[in-house]
Design a protein around this ligand. Structure first.
Ligand SMILES: Nc1ncnc2c1ncn2[C@@H]1O[C@H](COP(=O)(O)OP(=O)(O)O)[C@@H](O)[C@H]1O
Ligand SMILES: [Mg+2]
Length: 266
């Protein structure tokens, strides 16, 4: 693989997934359709347990849908994709490796033509972009939670993934650290454009970071509502207090309540 980005978007077409458990079948996703344009960033919100993490596993090829198709960069997903970048609530950095070597890890796994020096340079460049210059040789336990999550974002982006999947990456951080990370995300999007999907419980986070917010229904999850977010030239936290933002938050809140009621009934 070269480090050049491919052209296509993410296409999720009429996807259904049911877990087979010891106590029977658990339908988790039903007839879900959504598209993310190239360099688009979509947030997915929905009740706890509705199937959001399952959706990320389907997109990364770790699970196969029972019905429907998922395409990444124009290719139907049939097996796990090493070219997907992922970050989770728990950054899962390897303690025996330095921060630099943690960030370089995907470059050791995903085939590419970079020399060792190039790999180091690439990882250093990203670490500096997220404000971690000077921390390259530290171990994960020497960093704060917010810093570890910054490093985890670098690791997810280092190989220029065809899609960046973020599953509640800021969920464990305190409110102010989380807001710092939102600013980091805007910087990364500007300097390192990516196509991405963000699973979150935080509606403010969804409208601050994404171009579109999709609300999933209660389990089995399907598209219940979607909201396009107007792009701001210079996004600032203050913009979350604008009448338009408050109106969007109210609408999303209402949809989540509907989804929760529906999930309770299933
Ligand atoms: N491997 C699995 N086998 C069986 N059930 C699962 C499995 N993974 C998740 N589930 C169940 O599927 C539902 C959706 O899970 P998940 O996608 O993790 O929800 P979310 O991320 O929206 O909270 C939950 O009820 C969960 O318990
Ligand atoms: Mg989850």
């Amino acid at each position: 693989m070269s480090l050049n980005k491919k052209k296509d978007a993410i296409i999720i077409k009429d996807v259904t997934h049911t877990y087979k458990t010891e106590t029977g079948l658990l339908p988790v996703i039903k007839n879900l359709t959504m598209n993310i344009p190239e360099y688009g960033f979509t947030a997915v919100v929905g009740p706890s347990g509705c199937g959001k993490s399952t959706l990320t596993k389907l997109i990364s090829g770790l699970l196969q849908p029972d019905k429907g198709e998922i395409y990444l960069s124009g290719e139907k997903i049939a097996t796990p994709r090493p070219t997907v970048g992922m970050a989770f609530q728990n950054p899962v950095l390897l303690e025996w490796r330095s921060i630099l070597k943690n960030v370089m890890l995907p470059l050791e796994i995903v085939p590419n033509k970079l020399s060792l020096e190039d790999k180091k340079e690439r990882a250093k460049q990203l670490l500096s972009l997220v404000g971690l210059e000077g921390f390259e040789e530290k171990r994960p336990s020497e960093l704060s939670g917010g810093m570890r999550q910054r490093a985890s974002l670098c690791r997810a982006l280092v190989h220029k993934p065809e899609v960046l999947i973020l599953d509640e990456p800021f969920g464990a951080l305190d409110a102010f650290t989380r807001e710092d990370l939102w600013q980091v995300m805007h910087k990364l999007r500007k300097e390192e454009p990516f196509t991405g999907i963000l699973i979150t419980h935080d509606l403010r986070e969804s409208i601050f970071l994404a171009d579109e917010v999709v609300v999933l229904s209660g389990r089995p999850a399907t598209n219940q509502y979607s909201l396009k977010i107007p792009k701001l030239k210079n996004p600032k936290l203050d913009s979350l207090f604008s009448p338009n933002s408050i109106d969007m938050l109210k609408r999303l809140r209402k949809q989540i309540e509907l989804a929760q009621v529906q999930q309770g009934e299933n």
